[in-house]
Design a protein around this ligand. Sequence first.
Ligand code: GLN
Length: 491
Amino acid sequence: MSDLTKMSAAQLAKAIADKEASAVEVATAHLDRIDAVDERVHAFLHVDREGALAAAAKVDAGEVSGPLAGVPIAVKDVIATKGVPTTAASKILEGWRPPYDATLVERLRVAGTVMLGKTNMDEFAMGSSTEYSAYGPTNNPWDLGRIPGGSGGGSAAALAAYEAPLAIGTDTGGSIRQPGAVTGTVGAKPTYGGTSRYGLIAFSSSLDTPGPCARNVEDAALLHSVIAGHDPRDSTSIDQPVPDVIGAARLGAGGDLSGVKLGVVKEFAGDGSEPGVLSAFHESLEALVKLGAEIVEVSCPHFQYALPAYYLIAPSEASSNLARFDGVRYGLRTGDDGSRSLEEVMSLTREAGFGPEVKRRIILGTYALSSGYYDAYYGQAQKVRTLITRDFEAAWQKADVLVSPTTPFVAFPFGSRTSDPYQMYLADLFTIPTNLYGGPAISVPCGLSEGLPVGFQVMAPTMADDRMYRVAAALESAVGTLTPPTLEASA
Ligand code: GLN
């Protein structure tokens, strides 16, 4: 492995700006690494070698500058990239090349990043393991027999396998943070509306939030600041200045948390997590206390209803959003031989194009929204959502941020949770409350349990994204980053 693939995004940006390395060299090193290991990892659904080298050449020619000029990046395949295949890991979008870029992709280009390709995920971002990708799962670089998390497992695995220093994910219920936790990388879900949804293939529009994935907190903050900010093309985009996440990460890296109150969510700090996860979490709390933080216990009684509320709200919105995949407008069309009605072709296309988890969500959502059940299910879930938001607001009276493990368990072996959907849904037990509330949250590595990474979650009030970066960077300064196995050994 070349040293260029081991460098952080900040180091690469500096080396390229100082002309110690060319952007083409950096891109080539990462493309070669992908060639060497991605057959085993399968982080990518599509590698855009030509596009990456052309973008890098532009940086070297001085045609593109920006804070991340020449830094390679991998983008989750649920995000529209002009002319580059975008499938959301679904058969129904096989071969689709969007005619436009998502806002965040435009911003990545302006910042000078070099897109290497599109990463694997659970189909339409529904899942926690990438096992629901229509193109086969991604393998966790820490143990190729285990899941890399999901839905954005490809983005997280690309970082852990040194195939890219930066990646983009989307977090509807935990799909940035949970893959970050189980791959020993950093994943941040910005405040809802803090990053634009324009050009995301919609899953649950009131929850979907794109955000940064990186191998350290400062890199995540650098990427966050590049993609965040108001976008008039997204009706729920927040028209306020982006919090100073880079400054906060650097402040936190100084290792002083005096006066910062960390609220430990009582309901998430006890039973329900693996013992190794809990001990890494509690050791991290002790490390943060040594840096001057104060621990307060906070009760959030409605968090226990977050999972069931989410699994009504998200599928309801998904059932409506996925109606657009009708065999007419995009991608796959099945059975259109002139003998069938439009409805029959639509139905055959959706039958052939969607995988079982996506179908389950559409059926669940359609049922929850149907007249007669709307009040009992969807309406009730929305009320619970309000109660969860109130729990957060009450918590901010006592604490600056809330903390918990990111996930109750470390990376699990393939096939161990697919037979029971509820077991899969449990992976997001601790991440979902934040999505229902809309605030920001970050997962940062905090140690190992049985040789596998454990994530520490920091949740903050809406538009206080800087606060979570400060605490995450302080924790990183105390416990260090994790170094995944290099994969060479098994070559
Ligand atoms: N695992 C959750 C789900 O399956 C969250 C997905 C996400 O954040 N995109 O819905």
